[in-house]
Design a protein around this ligand. Structure first.
Ligand code: AMP
Length: 213
């Protein structure tokens, strides 16, 4: 499986990527998760990325491309779900070049479509486990005990960039820089669209149909 999950912040890319991994065993490559880990560890990449992330802007292409190149070319990942990458046309072109060089072109880019009002509600309620990365929502899918991950007992927290002040900027960044990728992938015959609202099990099923089609 070699796919890209496209969608605005809060559309469920991370949740669906984890569920696809559980069903298909591919590797989730989330540039957001990799960047947050770099920030938490205080690596040079993390130090360079932090300001843009806090502002809801995109981190520079050279940083995220290095992360993806490392996964594909150094670690040799061949079966993957890209979540949060690419986020602009330059990144999509670079990915196409890398995968072309490996003779392993992308199979599909799946857009998880969610209206903006719903995205805002989801982001404001999102909580993430510090330890295992499990995702909850205080309104729609809370953990059993407040602040404690069901899966591993770790602490759940609200991402610094999930606050209302940053969300407007992240949605604006998505509209201006990432949404054009919908047409870009449609032009290559790779785009599939999935309704990202409703029950998670229904979204799973729609995603599987989109991948089979
Ligand atoms: P995410 O968890 O995917 O919402 O990403 C969180 C933040 O990390 C984004 O708001 C960006 O600042 C940064 N980021 C993640 N992926 C990328 C990417 N492909 N290109 C640039 N910045 C990214």
């Amino acid at each position: 499986m070699r796919i890209v999950l496209l969608g605005a912040p809060g559309s469920g890319k991370g949740t669906q990527a984890k569920r696809l991994v559980a069903r298909h065993g591919a590797t989730q490559l989330s540039t957001g998760d990799l960047l947050r880990a770099a920030v938490a560890a205080g690596t040079p990449t993390g130090v360079r990325a932090k300001a843009a992330m806090d502002a809801g802007a995109l981190v520079s292409d050279d940083i995220v491309l290095a992360l993806i190149r490392d996964a594909l070319e150094t670690q040799g990942v061949r079966d993957f779900i890209l979540d949060g990458f690419p986020r602009n046309t330059a990144q999509a072109q670079a990915l196409e070049g890398m995968l072309g060089g490996l003779g392993q072109p992308l199979e599909a880019a799946v857009l998880i479509d969610v209206p903006e009002a719903e995205l805002r509600r989801r982001i404001a309620g999102r909580r993430t486990c510090r330890q295992c990365g499990a995702i909850y929502n205080v309104y729609t899918a809370p953990s059993r005990a407040d602040g404690v991950c069901d899966a591993c007992g770790g602490e759940t927290y609200q991402r610094a960039d999930d606050t209302e002040a940053t969300v407007d900027q992240r949605l604006a960044t998505y509209r201006a820089q990432t949404a054009p990728l919908i047409e870009w992938y449609a032009g290559r015959g790779l785009l599939r669209r999935v309704d990202g609202t409703g029950a998670v099990a229904d979204i799973d099923a729609a995603l599987e149909r989109a991948l089979a089609g």
